[in-house]
Design a protein around this ligand. Sequence first.
Ligand code: ADE
Ligand code: ZN
Length: 324
Amino acid sequence: MESFIRTLPKVELHVHIEGTLEPELMFELAQRNQIPLPYASVEEARAAYQFDDLQSFLDMYYLGAAVLQTEQDFYDLTWAYLLHCQQDHVMHTEIFFDPQTHTERGVSFQTVMAGITRALADGEQQLSISSRLIMCFLRHLSEEAAFETLAQAMSYQEYIIGVGLDSSEHGHPPEKFRRVFEKAHEAGFLTVAHAGEEGPASNIRDAMSMLRVSRIDHGVQCSQDPALVEELVRNQMPLTVCPLSNVQLRVFNRMADHNIIALLRKGVCVTINSDDPAYFGGYMTDNFLAVTAAFDVTKEEMAVFTANAIRASFLPDEEKAQLQ
Ligand code: ADE
Ligand code: ZN
């Protein structure tokens, strides 16, 4: 099983590029840019990655992102992630980025875009990894700030296929961004949203009805609402599930308690993803292996995760066919 998983072709649909910042690169960039870090060493940073919930992680994640300053920094970050993709047999990846994390610190939208897109172009050319970019709004910030961010994205529609919603789910329901997502749809962006990670199943329903999303990011709280699970099976709404993330953020106490295999067997279009691999202990292969270690699953079942991810991707049908 292990060698099958390692070489299984994979498609990633839920990874935050800022969450791929390994402590080694964080220290290198901190030195390059003269940014102080609250950790004395790489080991101390890694040891600090113990989380009680989503917010305790987010506090550390935004702190780490402060070392990202120049176009080259964003290039190096993205390139390092793509090398992990190559190692893990990830053929295609759809990457989130959080522009507000950077523009709020005075780093321009253009700087972020230029570094990420240059690395993605090199990844396509040199590693044959295809990719798409999804811009996330930080849901703890205002609707107005999201509108401003959407306005900036309008000049980059060639590079940004869709918009998403991330950060603190508690207290910031989908409804808060209904009008922003309306405008994003009008402009031709596809939409996704984090929903039902820590928050209630109603956030999943609301993301579908109010934000008209093409996929739900996480969505694991759907099990609180059996009628919703039936609906997810009927409409084949994809869930981009992140197993290691969910255990690290204590959404589930142990991997064996995770509902991903139960959802798969019910016929929900579930996929496996890494979320913030530098913080949660692993990239795509590690997430697949963690699931196989905790459940009695077959190779055929594990291959369904890739088939689902291809189907749920934002690639045109011809390119989906080439991945199969
Ligand atoms: N930003 C980065 N990772 C996230 C997660 N798992 N949930 C919400 N926002 C995030
Ligand atoms: Zn996420």
